[in-house]
Every structure is written in C-alpha cells, then in structure tokens.
Write a protein that binds this ligand. Structure first.
Ligand code: AMP
Ligand code: ZN
Length: 137
C-alpha cells in the first residue's frame, strides 16, 4: 500500500531499527517504546489488522512472535512480556497495517494495563457465549 507507514518501512523508504526480517515477516523497534526493546512484528503483506490476515501470514506471525519474544526476553533480561494487537481505532489502533506489539516487562516498571471490571447481568454471559458459539459453527 503506497501511503501506509509500515509498508514504507518494509520497502526501506523510511528507516527503522529492524531486529528480524524474512520473506514474509519484519520486526522493528517501536519509535515510541513503552519499555526499551518494545518491538512491532508484522507481515510484509499489507492487511488492516490481524483479523483480516490470511492463514499463512497468521501462522508466520505467530511463529515470529514466539521466536522474537524469546530473543527480546534474553536481550533485555525482561521478566515478562505483553503481546498485544490493537484492532480498530476504538481499541487504540493508529497504524492500519497488521502488527503485534511485544513489550518487555520488568518488576515495578510503571506500566499498568489494569482495567475497570464489568459485571454481567443475570443470564447475560450464557446468552453471549452461546451467540459467539453459534457464530463459530
Ligand atoms: P497501534 O496503536 O497499535 O496502531 O501502534 C502503532 C505503533 O507504531 C505506535 O506504538 C507507534 O509508536 C509506532 N510507530 C509510529 N510510527 C513509527 C515509526 N516510524 N517507526 C516505528 N514505530 C512507529
Ligand atoms: Zn501497509
């Protein structure tokens, strides 16, 4: 995609700190890291988000996230990771080229993903679970 920021990085029109690249996947540092080593992993094929990816890209991205996640843990001495993919603006997606964030985590690093809990009304969770189940048949 001509005007997509990440496609431009993939085509090397914009510089990035690339940590991994093969024929279908690229991974580079986030320019605004939540922690040092925060990396974005993505397919080279343009798609808007993870739910729109083809099966091959999904397989390749999962394998790459595992491999790169392990390397980031070792390189940064992180004690954990957050692996996140934002889908659509309402969920915080800003760049509409599929990508997975790998964020190294350290004790007391000040990052807080805790959210306010919601509660189901009586019977609501069963209804919703059954609706999703039906859609997956
Ligand atoms: P998202 O909100 O999931 O769409 O994440 C987009 C991410 O891309 C943000 O965390 C940005 O900091 C990051 N980003 C934006 N521009 C660049 C760039 N030129 N190189 C690397 N990362 C970038
Ligand atoms: Zn793109």
């Amino acid at each position: 995609m001509k005007d997509c920021l990440f496609c431009k990085i993939i085509r090397k029109e914009i510089p990035a700190d690339i940590v991994y690249e093969d024929k279908s996947i690229i991974a580079f540092f986030d320019i605004n890291p939540a922690n040092k080593g925060h990396t974005l992993v993505m397919p080279k094929n343009h798609s808007n988000n993870l739910l729109e990816d083809n099966e091959d890209d999904l397989k390749n991205i999962s394998l790459a996230v595992k491999k790169i996640g392990n390397a980031i843990m070792k390189a940064t001495n992180a004690e954990g990771l957050n692996i996140i993919s934002n889908i659509n603006s309402v969920a915080g997606q800003v760049v509409f080229h599929t990508h997975v964030h790998i964020i190294p985590r350290f004790k007391d690093d000040g990052i807080n993903f805790k959210v306010q809990r919601r509660y189901y009304d009586e019977g609501e969770s069963k209804k919703l679970a059954s609706k999703i189940k039906t859609l997956l048949k």
